[in-house]
Design a protein around this ligand. Sequence first.
Ligand SMILES: Nc1ncnc2c1ncn2[C@@H]1O[C@H](COP(=O)(O)OP(=O)(O)OP(=O)(O)O)[C@@H](O)[C@H]1O
Ligand SMILES: [Mg+2]
Length: 335
Amino acid sequence: MIILGIESSCDDTSAAVLEDGRILSVVTHTQNEHVEFGGIIPEIASRAHLKYISEIIKKALKDSNKTLQDIDAVGVTHGPGLVGPLLVGVNTAKGISYSLGVPIIPVNHIEAHILANYIEHDNELKTPFVVLVVSGGHTELIYVKEIGHYELIGKTRDDAAGECIDKVSKMMGLGFPGGRIIDELAAKGDNDFHRFPRAMSDTLDFSFSGLKTSVKVFLEKHDQEFLKKNINNIAASFLDAVTDSLSKKLLKAAKVYKCDTILLAGGVSANTMLRKKLDRAVKPKKMKLFYPSPKYCTDNAAMVAITAYKKTQMSSINSLNVMDMEAVPFLRLSE
Ligand SMILES: Nc1ncnc2c1ncn2[C@@H]1O[C@H](COP(=O)(O)OP(=O)(O)OP(=O)(O)O)[C@@H](O)[C@H]1O
Ligand SMILES: [Mg+2]
């Protein structure tokens, strides 16, 4: 079975081709139109998706040595995300599905981040597991009894970790999005330079807004020369606080839910310090830790294609009336 995956929920326009569970190609265009604003502008994102989506799909097909006529089904992110960007992907998928007479498989973006782990670990990865979804808009702990059954067991009460990292990056004058930049600076810095706060240590919920304020106060207290000299150390100390909260709560959740398999998913799971801390923690415990390659952590259509494929394996895809498919900006995981 050959599936075309399409992702357009935020600022990445992406298409992928999958054959029988194996990714043949993935092409992603990350919009740089938002850099000057320091955040995503929904209307600009929608227009950029519209501009790039056809070329991206054509390139994904070309790279996989397939044509549109080879496609057996189209998988598309229909939520959660920004309504304008979602509509571009959904309507493109509808057009392809209708013209080819093939089924359309609606995919939940967060489920796709989780199942991205199956792209490279299909043989070893077994349910049940606890997954930490940590991205630009989400920081959630989810107990997965089996694929399709998701129990939310912890979440952020304010900012998502990625949102906090991006805002701190902006405060430090490092640019947007800040995740990769702060990751690279932190690798050259000292985690113990300054102790930033770790919030809500007793629960499986997270909070990052206090940490964000704490960095702001720290930056305001020191002069430019000091900050410039210690930029790597500040990045390392800040990320140490973020990754301490994330890793400790994931391990705690695994203990509470008696799972020896844990997963990372979403853009922030590409973070080097987070991966290292968890790699180190699971080693003596005989636990299994999985995370996707960095290119499958941030938004991409390969994760959409694999999720659509898993859905076809679990139940026969009823030929959904393509006209019934809608973009659902606040789609929840269990829906
Ligand atoms: N190496 C890294 N270290 C830390 N954060 C990172 C890294 N790479 C990317 N990020 C962060 O990941 C986030 C983007 O992830 P992703 O594309 O999954 O989010 P999103 O799609 O915008 O949000 P959501 O999936 O919640 O809708 C950004 O906040 C970015 O700064
Ligand atoms: Mg995402």
